[in-house]
Design a binder for this molecule. Structure first.
Ligand code: NDP
Length: 332
């Protein structure tokens, strides 16, 4: 069966493609240029002749995926703008590409009778209420929605709030679309928190790493930033497998899957990595004993586990990520 993966040269998209191939699916990936596609294959020689590439220069353009979707059985719509710095126009840089890109994928699916389900990579930020005190012990589940309004999303000066809104409104638009058009396919969103894991996609520099991996990179690149941050995380390989679960589980028809492997403190990451790599202590930040604040909100991963998703151990994630980050830094 053939799966269209949008944004296959991105951090998450590349892993989704790898997981699908491992499970025996055929993969067609959308890329903005063939140079980037070639770079993905150069970095991962195992992918040679395994992925079919199709150019979609801008997901916002009408009919962006019209040809790309031909003969596909599923779509994993991963591509979406993912940045919060240097945002001058929330609407054109974040909200429009996210919402229109998602609708474009669904429009294309309308014209391909083979499509059974469209999986959309949403985010925990589409669920979280960032206006409330994080230290209230709140238990987030698949039922929660970020309360941000569209007006606030357009006018806010905070790029993160606008990005979070772009994820919420694209998810809402997709659910609305399926209801209104009575589509022959259904959808499911996957909603990951901070994604860590080995980057296997093309990058120009270590500074262009995705925000979550940048947290780990800054702890192990010799800059010795003081660890003082806590949050929840998911391994990119678990996230990739979750896309397949979201594609295939009947009970996830028009469903939502909150993804979290567990909590982390940057302090704890340093401790584990210093223990695992004693010869690298000169570049790994020194722990300062910042315990996880037990009143921090929590992410309930019981639904994903009940559907059979198995998560990597945190230790494995940090070790694999650190090794790959050091290796990539050497090459760049
Ligand atoms: P990346 O920036 O690495 O990947 C995004 C992909 O989307 C890239 O392939 C990019 O192409 C493509 N893309 C973005 N805008 C356009 C556009 N206008 N036209 C065509 N292609 C476009 O980010 P991630 O892989 O980390 O994120 C993937 C998804 O996961 C996003 O939907 C993000 O919101 C979600 N997510 C990520 C989390 C994380 O911590 N990484 C956490 C929660 C959700 P190109 O490579 O050419 O720039």
């Amino acid at each position: 069966q053939l799966v269209l993966v949008t944004g296959v040269t991105g951090f998450v998209g590349a892993h989704v493609a790898v997981s699908l191939l491992k499970k025996g699916y055929r993969v067609r990936g959308t890329v903005r240029s063939m140079e980037k596609a070639n770079e993905l294959v150069r970095l991962n020689p195992d992918l040679k002749d395994k992925i079919e590439f199709v150019i979609v220069k801008d997901i916002v353009e009408p009919d962006a995926f019209k040809d790309a979707v031909k003969n596909c059985d599923y779509i994993c719509h991963v591509a979406s703008p993912f940045f919060f710095d240097k945002v001058d126009n929330n609407k054109t840089q974040l909200l429009d590409p996210a919402v229109k890109g998602t609708l474009s994928a669904l429009e294309a699916a309308m014209n391909e009778p083979r499509i059974k389900r469209v999986v959309i990579t949403s985010s925990f930020v589409a669920m979280a209420d960032f206006s409330i005190d994080p230290y209230t012990g709140y238990n987030y589940t698949e039922k929660d929605w970020n309360p941000v309004s569209y007006e606030e999303a357009v006018s806010t000066k905070d790029g993160f709030v606008a990005y979070a809104a772009s994820k919420k409104f694209s998810e809402k638009a997709a659910r609305e679309f399926v209801k209104e058009k009575q589509t022959h396919f259904d959808i499911c969103t996957v909603n990951p928190i901070f994604v860590f894991g080995p980057p296997i996609h093309p990058m120009n520099s270590m500074e262009s790493l995705n925000t979550s991996n940048l947290i780990i990179w800054n702890l192990i690149n010799g800059s010795k930033v003081q660890p003082d941050f806590q949050q929840f995380q998911v391994d990119v390989r678990d996230l990739a497998n979750a896309h397949i679960l979201a594609m295939t589980k009947p009970q996830l028809s028009n469903g939502r899957l909150l993804l979290s492997q567990g909590s982390f403190t940057t302090d704890g990451i340093c401790k584990i990595l210093r223990e695992k790599f004693p010869d690298r202590k000169d570049v790994i930040s020194e722990p300062t004993d910042v315990p996880f604040n037990e009143k921090h909100y929590v992410l309930d991963n019981s639904y994903s586990k009940s559907l059979g998703l198995q998560y990597y151990s945190e230790e494995q994630t940090y070790v694999d990520t650190a090794l790959m980050l050091w290796a990539r830094a050497k090459q760049l």
